[in-house]
Design a protein around this ligand. Structure first.
Ligand code: WTA
Length: 633
């Protein structure tokens, strides 16, 4: 993002109305209190949940960076998201309003969701699912995705949701890493008026990763798909059996027991399975959801993300359900059949809070304001943004055309690793377009140089988090060393968490996120690794070496540019370039499809053999390649 120009200096103050209804009227005193008595603050927040047994210790920091929260506490997140709501009026409230892309509608009250989750939990048990095992979920955006996640957690199993837009190799790799025995999937989902098959991809992935013994398939599109005897079962068949009864006890888990793993991209080709827990994660998502979105019982909240990403986990499923909120879920593309689809749904269902990504906003902005202007959007009172820096034009459009100048925008900065919002406004914080504003309660941040010295106000540096927080990932599945190395080694002396983003802090203490400092590429807010794309390219018989970089793009934030070295005798050309793009799409998914494939005889490397991506980027942008003194001969 460019430096703020004068037009950006405008500060948007909250209206009287926003202030009047806000849960927190004044950020500063509560923030000060939360950092001077961090454990007390989190203990107070934790008391809003129901525990089977209260914790002995709020925070155990004795084994840095493997922090433990609410040590000794017994809890289950599903007890808090569903079971406890059955005792009061929330039981009759809508938990999920779901609209399919073709226009079909399904709703679930808290009672119904609890029932369906219990029934599916019994199905999983009948398939031998055990507490502590990892169950992989590969689904479109349908209510069964949420049901499957909660059913896993209810019986103490660990879910690993793989984004439905991922493809064969991405899925196979994640199944294998987690050593998953059960897979829950669907025949497909609807996207842009077409049925997109998932089971066929799952079948291919299961061939590559033979650990799957049981595959349960939800029928969504009705497409024909191959079902293997003794391995494949239809969800509706199992759910119609007597074993799928609605009585299922929620397993008591330890506060620190894993709730889910979620894979995310890093600097190496192998995705990291970040581990989140039942206790701390429940407290953190519940608190951030309540404070940031200022949730009220009458609200209808829509997080237009996919459950396959962390935003979906924290703010479609757990944050809203723990708070007893009503959440909206939509299956398909924002502009199908016309670019007013979202605005139509906001009007139809009376949505009060919309949380989405800058890419989605820019995508809809392209079609002009008239599509939104046709609808009554007066139910909206708060907007949210996540996943990438929001550029000022998009911010203004969102604020004016969608929010009609009434709705504050919560630009929330966080990561798969953090579990929930870390730098974020609250509705009462004055806003500066493009800034995620201030740290959430309990958190202290800094912008530092490579040695850990704070940089001057306004200067760019590494963003670090100075303290533990309950929602933090506990480790990388099966690879604690990598967890230490990636996040904690750089500032090990100070015990700071390295976020992997560069940022600036202005004279008012507002944070401005600039972008990744590692080889993570954000395409349309989706997180991908250069190395994943490179290994997909190298898995093609024509390619010996490959390098992937991000180039800035007005709509998607970034696009993928690749440079490949071909095997001897293979002819370069447009046909091969198209074939390689399709190959990456088949291996990882459509989001990873390179925009460019460039052929070369040799990649620029340092003497120690590291690809100089900086040089590739400069070349691709037609800029000066800078200092090449470390370049290999
Ligand atoms: C980026 C998504 C600017 C950032 C929740 C971070 C953002 C990465 C913002 C994590 C924001 C997320 N402003 N950049 N409001 N939110 N990012 O793990 O680079 O998919 O490190 O989690 O997204 O991506 P992830």
């Amino acid at each position: 993002m460019e430096k703020p120009s004068n037009t950006l200096k405008k500060i948007y103050h909250p209206s009287k109305e926003v202030k009047k209804r806000a849960n927190v009227k004044d950020y500063e005193p509560l923030y000060q209190e939360s950092i001077s008595n961090r454990e007390d603050f989190w203990a107070k927040e934790a008391k809003r949940l129901e525990w089977f047994r209260k914790w002995d210790k709020v925070l155990d920091a004795s084994n840095h960076p493997f922090y433990e929260w609410f040590q000794g506490g017994r809890i289950n997140i599903v007890h808090n998201a569903l079971d406890r709501h059955q005792k009061n009026a929330t039981r009759n409230k809508l938990a999920i309003i779901w609209e399919g892309e073709p226009g079909d509608l399904r709703t679930f009250s808290y009672h119904a969701l609890h029932r369906e989750v219990s029934r599916f939990a019994n199905v999983l048990k009948s398939m031998g699912a055990r507490p502590g095992e990892v169950i992989t979920i590969y689904m479109p955006q349908i209510p069964e995705t949420v049901i499957a996640m909660l059913a896993c957690a209810k019986i103490g199993a660990i879910h690993s949701v793989v984004y439905g837009g991922f493809s064969v190799e991405a899925l196979a790799e994640r199944i294998e890493d987690a050593n998953s025995r059960i897979l829950v999937t669907a025949d497909g989902g609807f996207r842009r008026g077409k049925a997109v098959g998932l089971k066929s991809i799952a079948n291919e992935a299961m061939k590559r990763s033979p650990t799957i013994e049981v595959c349960i398939t939800v029928k969504r599109t009705g497409e024909e798909c191959y079902m293997e005897n003794d391995r494949d079962f239809w969800y509706h068949d199992l759910m119609s059996m007597p074993l799928a009864c609605s009585d299922c006890a929620t397993v008591e888990t330890d506060a620190e027991d894993p709730l889910f793993i979620l894979y995310t991209s890093g600097t190496t080709g192998k995705p990291k399975g970040l581990v989140h827990t039942h206790g701390g994660y429940a407290v953190y998502t519940a608190s951030t959801f309540r404070y940031v979105f200022d949730i009220k019982p009458e609200d209808r909240f829509w997080c237009a993300a996919d459950p396959g990403w962390v935003t979906g986990h924290s703010y479609m499923v757990y944050g809203p359900l723990i708070n007893g909120a009503t959440m909206m879920m939509y299956e398909g593309a924002p502009n199908h059949p016309y670019p007013n689809r979202w605005w139509q749904m906001i009007e139809k269902y009376g949505i009060n809070i919309l949380y989405t990504s800058p890419t989605a906003i820019r995508g809809l902005m392209r079609f002009g304001p008239s599509w939104a202007d046709r609808h009554n959007l007066s139910s909206l009172r708060l907007l949210g943004s996540v996943g990438e820096p929001i550029n000022p034009e998009a911010w203004k459009w969102y604020y004016e055309v969608i929010g009609k100048g009434r709705c504050p925008i919560m630009d929330t900065w966080w990561q798969t690793e953090t579990g929930g919002h870390m730098i974020t406004p609250l509705p009462v914080i004055p806003l500066k377009p493009g800034s995620a504003t201030k740290p959430f309660f309990g958190n202290e941040m800094a912008i530092v140089d490579d040695r850990g010295n704070e940089v001057k106000t306004g200067e760019e540096g590494n963003l670090v988090i100075k303290n533990p927080w309950p929602g933090m990932a506990r480790t990388i599945l099966g690879d604690p060393d990598r967890f230490v190395e990636k996040y904690w080694e750089k500032y090990s002396e100070q015990k700071w968490y390295l976020a992997g983003d560069s940022a600036r802090k202005d004279e008012d203490g507002y944070y401005w996120i600039i972008g990744r400092i590692d080889d993570v590429i954000k395409v349309s807010g989706y997180r991908l690794g250069s190395a994943e794309i490179e290994s997909a390219l190298v898995s093609h018989p024509a390619v010996t070496e490959a390098a992937a970089i991000a180039l800035p793009d007005e709509l998607r934030g970034n696009i993928i540019h690749t440079t490949v070295v071909l095997r001897q005798g293979v002819e370069a050309g447009d046909k091969l370039s198209e074939e390689l793009k399709a190959h990456v799409e088949h291996e990882i998914g459509p989001i990873a499809r390179p925009a460019f494939v460039v052929f070369t005889d040799a990649l620029p490397k340092t003497r120690s053999g590291k690809i100089m991506r900086r040089v590739l980027k400069a070349r691709a942008l037609g800029q000066d390649t800078g200092d090449l003194s470390t370049l290999e001969e």
